[in-house]
Design a binder for this molecule. Structure first.
Ligand SMILES: Cc1cc2nc3c(=O)[nH]c(=O)nc-3n(C[C@H](O)[C@H](O)[C@H](O)COP(=O)(O)O)c2cc1C
Length: 443
């Protein structure tokens, strides 16, 4: 009798606590006895840049004319100690993503796209490939707990060094690369066996705290003749304290990666339950820098869920000097292209869901080491697509800055922003729209 009735007509209700995704996760765990590992970032809804709006100029503020009046976008990174700080044309940089997680062609394309618009790209857990060095005008070299692919010659070839303490997707956790991505070349660079799952260290082997980090930073400066800026990257959690300690340890640039930040492969439980949203981390970082009197002298790069020029402008208005993008850059290269919809379904994912980063069978040839799949990806075309995307992001951010009357992206400030939710107002420390109310009292 109930056959023709809809679920609602039958009076069935889905539980908010045990919704169908939760039920499927329990069933999967019960069947396999294995926890879920995936790429991408947090998929749950979190307070984010969409919860902030700009107050464009009208009577009380004076806007700039888009086609006649300048709005500069350049940024200097590493001015505190380095002989050669980086001077980038746009504050949108490319985040560290490993060769191993990504194909050599994808790494090369990131370098090509970044260089075309005068910004930097970053190596990752697994070392520097000649292709990415060759195509990257400004290359930041990651120095990670795993030390995979680390060698002093490559340190000297880099334009800046990023000491990685953590990632927003997994603060406190180490790296993972599943066996299907450990090809002969990836294995050789990491001095690991081929085809075997790799888990890398969650903390640096030779230090136990900030004092040791200070020694390490000095070593890195000595090896590179005090030429290169030293960044310190942290996953957002106790950001206020972490940023203060990074500055005390000698960082020239602090990179704060929020909870929405992407990953190549991490436990699902980690991605969704550890860390704090990017929005909450920025004001903590800025407060720490301001209290130490080094805001703008030690630059702040923010990452984790940056998707467009509005996000860039909002991060900068909250006090960042630059941003870094990972996931959005991969989308721009052509990852999860609807063209390959059928093939994504065949590997248990779907175009637009990105449940395959970890898996190594990416039909677009980006997050894979499979020779046939990688060969599908054209680094020159990918680089062009990324350059286009970076230009659009920069122009969007400029559009907003001009509307707020600012002749440089760095002139954006918290006073230009309001929040549309109480949570976002409290985290970003800007007033709720239409009120002067900033909930909460800081730290
Ligand atoms: C495929 C992939 C690989 C990554 N590999 C690394 C890595 O090797 N080292 C690192 O510090 N972060 C790594 N990350 C994190 C990024 O550097 C960055 O923090 C994050 O992607 C920023 O968030 P977004 O993806 O939302 O832009 C990786 C991210 C992705 C998506």
């Amino acid at each position: 009798m109930t056959d023709n009735l809809s679920i609602e007509q039958r009076g069935l209700r889905e539980s908010a606590t045990f919704d169908r995704t939760t039920i499927a996760a329990i069933q999967r765990a019960a069947e396999t006895g294995i926890y879920d590992i995936r790429g991408w970032g947090a998929k749950r809804k979190l307070p984010h840049f969409d919860d902030l709006l700009f107050l464009g100029a009208s009577m009380s503020r004076y806007p700039l004319e888009g086609y006649r009046e300048r709005c500069d976008t350049d940024v200097w990174l590493g001015t505190r100690n380095a002989k050669y700080p980086l001077h980038l044309s746009t504050p949108v940089t490319i985040a560290g993503m490993s060769f191993g997680a990504l194909s050599a062609g994808a790494k090369e394309a990131l370098g090509r796209g970044a260089s075309e618009v005068g910004t930097s790209t970053t190596t990752g857990d697994g070392g520097m490939t000649p292709e990415e060095r060759g195509q990257s005008k400004h290359l930041v070299y990651q120095y990670l707990p795993s030390r995979y692919g680390m060698n002093p010659d490559d340190l000297r070839k880099a334009d800046a060094i990023e000491v990685v303490l953590g990632q927003g997707a997994k603060p406190g956790g180490g790296g993972m690369l599943l066996g299907q991505k450990i090809s002969e070349r990836v294995a050789a660079m990491r001095t690991l066996p081929e085809g075997i799952d790799q888990r890398s260290a969650c903390r640096h082997p030779d230090w136990t705290g900030p004092d040791d980090l200070a020694i390490k930073i000095n070593e890195l400066r000595e090896i590179t003749d005090w030429e290169k800026p030293i960044y310190v990257k942290v996953g957002a959690s106790r950001t206020y304290y972490d940023v203060k300690l990074a500055v005390h340890s000698g960082a020239d640039v602090v990179v704060v990666d929020g909870m929405q930040g992407g990953t190549a492969a991490t436990q699902e439980v980690f991605i969704e339950h550890v860390g704090i949203p990017t929005l909450a981390a920025i004001p903590q970082a800025v407060q720490a820098l301001q209290e130490l009197g080094v805001h703008r002298e030690v630059q702040l790069i923010v990452s984790g869920g940056i998707r467009n020029g509005a996000d860039v402008a909002k991060a900068m208005a909250l006090g960042a000097d630059a941003v870094a993008i990972g996931t959005a850059a991969l989308i721009a290269l052509g990852d999860n292209d609807p063209r390959y919809a059928k093939e994504y379904e065949a590997i248990g994912s779907a175009a637009g869901y990105y449940d395959d980063f970890q898996d190594g069978r990416d039909p677009a040839g980006i997050s894979t080491q499979d020779p046939e799949l990688s060969a599908r990806f054209d680094p020159v075309l990918g680089g062009k697509r990324l350059a286009n995307f970076l230009r659009v992001m920069t122009m969007e951010a400029q559009t907003i800055a001009r509307a707020c009357g600012k002749a440089h992206l760095q002139h954006l400030e918290p006073e230009d922003l309001v929040a549309i939710s109480i949570e976002a107002a409290a985290m970003a420390r800007v007033p709720l729209a239409g009120t002067g109310w900033i909930p909460g009292s800081g730290l």
